[in-house]
Design a protein around this ligand. Structure first.
Ligand code: PMH
Length: 377
């Protein structure tokens, strides 16, 4: 992927915000509870290595990633802290995980059986496994105690191949005001725990929402994701947080072209927008190929502290806005962030797009350069 460094459109990542969000989270934790920074999907679009470095400086003692490749990218960059992959890897790659001291989730005895032949090299350290309990997320994990015990038996019988390092589950509704389903999942997890003769080193259940609103359930590691980036996991459903979340991401560009059009003239594909009167139209060099969705037509950006409507269809690499008056090319455009007294948040973009801020942040393409601001040394 070509990163467009010679175009003014940028994702700005405020490192100090990430640092402070992690420190605030840590301050709430019991002493024995660690924080693993969830840096999957290129650090939710903020940059894998940048976020990992800042989170570690702030006190994160491990990392969670989605896929084995992300774990290897961290290892290649020199990170030696514990790493947990959150998705099931192919058993054939078990040796790569073991050799790199990367822990993986397991949700069936069959997976262990399939991985076993790949873990026969005596030079390999045992593969660290975290037993995944499906307590109601319905994604990965053991669904009953018998299946869990069968897998434990395989792991325990092959100590040269497997080390049971963790036990975890994932909540489906920790970010919702109604706690009924959350409590059901907690009860199921406790039943799993009670069925095991010993607890592994790491017992973890908490995503950001759990760590914010259900601290009693944290276990001894939290998997801290979206709140590290300063975003409220609930969107707008639960406004109150125990500490302020400081958004790390902003998105900026500049006007690449400015013109005045006559009343009735059209803008962009499909000619869906017609000027009501003589209007100043600015072009912004970013489009749906960068993750700025087509459905953002009618939303707005900020120029000089003023909201400017996105007019006409968002194109692949450019979109147009209606300006209050003429501005020179090169004028700053804020798509996410502050301009003058006004702010546009990722939540605002998500609301307009009828999605969640996670999806907007992760959807920003690799073509957009990420730039650190307020760097943490
Ligand atoms: N743990 C697991 C297993 C996850 O899948 C995620 C996020 C987290 C922790 C961190 O959650 P947070 O960002 O809300 O703190 N996973 C996803 C997902 O699969 N879709 O959206 C978020």
């Amino acid at each position: 992927m070509v990163t467009a460094t010679l175009r003014p459109t940028r994702v700005r990542v405020n490192e100090t915000a990430i640092f402070e969000n992690v420190q605030h989270a840590l301050a709430q934790l019991k002493e024995e509870t660690a924080l693993f920074a969830v840096v999957k999907a290129d650090g939710y679009g903020h940059g894998l290595l940048r976020v990992a470095r800042v989170a570690q400086k702030a006190g994160a003692s491990g990392f969670c990633v989605a896929v084995l490749d992300e774990a290897l990218a961290l290892r290649q960059a020199g990170f030696t802290a514990p790493i947990l992959v959150l998705g099931i890897i192919e058993p054939a790659y078990a040796a790569i995980a073991a050799a790199n001291h990367v822990a993986v989730p397991v949700g069936s005895a069959a997976w262990l059986d399939e991985a076993l032949p790949h873990l026969q090299d005596p030079a390999l350290p045992p593969l660290r496994v975290h037993l995944a309990m499906d307590t109601g997320m319905g994604r990965i994990g053991f669904r009953d105690v018998a299946a869990l015990k069968a897998a434990c038996a395989v792991a325990v019988a092959n100590p040269q191949a497997f080390e049971i390092e963790g036990l975890f589950t994932h909540f489906a509704t920790a970010d919702e005001p109604d706690t009924t389903y959350f409590k059901l999942q907690v009860a199921r997890f406790q039943a799993f725990l009670a069925a095991l003769p010993t607890k592994p080193r790491y017992v973890h259940v908490a995503n950001s929402a759990t760590s914010l609103w259900h601290q009693a359930c944290n276990g001894n590691v939290i998997r801290f994701g979206v709140a590290m980036y300063g975003l409220n996991p609930s969107g707008r459903a639960i406004e109150a947080t125990p500490y302020p979340l400081k958004p790390a991401m902003s998105l900026v560009s500049t006007l690449s072209f400015v013109k005045q059009i006559e009343a009735g003239e059209a803008v962009s594909y499909g000619a869906t927008y017609h000027a009501a009167e003589a209007e100043w139209i600015g072009t912004v060099p970013m489009g749906y190929a960068d993750g700025w969705l087509r459905r953002l037509q009618g939303f707005h950006v900020l120029v000089d502290g003023q909201f400017c409507e996105i007019v006409g269809r968002v194109c692949m690499d450019q979109f147009m806005i209606r300006l209050p008056h003429a501005y020179p090319t090169g004028t700053a455009v804020v798509l996410v962030g502050q301009s003058g007294d006004q702010t546009i948040t990722l939540q605002d973009v998500a609301d307009y797009s009828q999605t969640i801020h996670y999806e907007i942040a992760c959807g920003l393409a690799a073509r957009l350069p990420r730039e650190s601001v307020a760097p943490v040394k």
